[in-house]
Design a protein around this ligand. Structure first.
Ligand SMILES: [Zn+2]
Length: 245
């Protein structure tokens, strides 16, 4: 089989589409996420369909090339955040992420995007980078070089329930800029994939090299998430033969 990253003929491995530590953290905590990504049999899907792809990566590319940036991702966005880093400001609650290494963060984001783009699994259903970005990102990962078209704003989900919400990545236009929303519970990342910069409101939260990063703490679902939850609930109820809410 050909590895889609290095493009060499190699045995391919079972690649997790989201970095392992977020996956383990969620798996240990609850089964809610299982219901969110699947069509048919909710119980099975968490460790099988949807989150693992056996057709994209060789061991070296997954563990070493992408793995080292995933390790950086865990350092910036810990799967178990430290509650003492949350600060309440008058109109806003923030989590202090600490100093940001722009290149490592950039490559972590590129790796997330590229993996979901390369995969045909449900989790990456809405991720289509197009030929230009997918080639550019593949080259960036191989060369360890960052891309100016990518940056991100982070949110810490502290919802009253379902903080482990694991939705597939969504595509979104924010202030005219093309973005993806990524769920790495309890983190939510708004990732810019565009040559245009974020607008003013988002720029001040953008994670930048050498600057202390902050994430906004969210205490409730976004309307679009509510909508998706309702849809999933309805589907689950109708599968179980119950009336819709
Ligand atoms: Zn490879």
């Amino acid at each position: 089989m050909i590895c889609k990253l290095c493009q060499l003929e190699k045995p391919l491995i079972r690649a997790l589409l989201i970095p392992r530590n977020y996956f383990l953290q969620m798996k240990g905590k609850s089964k809610h996420l299982v219901e969110f990504e699947t069509g048919e049999s909710p119980q099975k899907s968490l460790n099988q369909s949807g989150t693992i792809d056996t057709t994209i990566l060789c061991q070296n590319c997954d563990n070493k090339r992408l793995g080292r940036f995933e390790n950086y991702g865990y350092a910036v966005f810990p799967p178990l955040p430290d509650p003492t880093k949350i600060t309440r400001l008058p109109y806003l609650e923030i989590y202090r992420l600490g100093a940001i290494n722009g290149r490592s963060l950039n490559l972590f984001l590129i790796g997330l995007l590229w993996k979901l783009h390369a995969s045909n699994q449900a989790l990456g259903y809405h991720v289509d980078l197009g030929q230009r970005y997918s080639e550019q990102f593949r080259a960036a990962i191989l060369a360890g070089r960052d891309s100016k078209s990518v940056s991100c704003v982070a949110f810490l989900m502290q919802y009253p329930q379902y903080s482990d919400l694991m939705l597939g990545a969504l595509r979104k236009k924010v202030e005219g800029v093309n973005c993806y929303v990524f769920y790495l519970p309890p983190w939510k990342l708004l990732i810019r994939v565009d040559n245009r910069e974020f607008g003013q409101a988002l720029t001040k939260f953008e994670l930048r090299d050498g600057r202390d990063g902050i994430a906004r703490v969210l205490r409730d679902f976004a309307p679009s998430e509510r909508h998706i939850l309702k849809f999933i609930q309805d589907q689950a109820r109708s599968r179980a033969g119950l009336p819709r809410f």
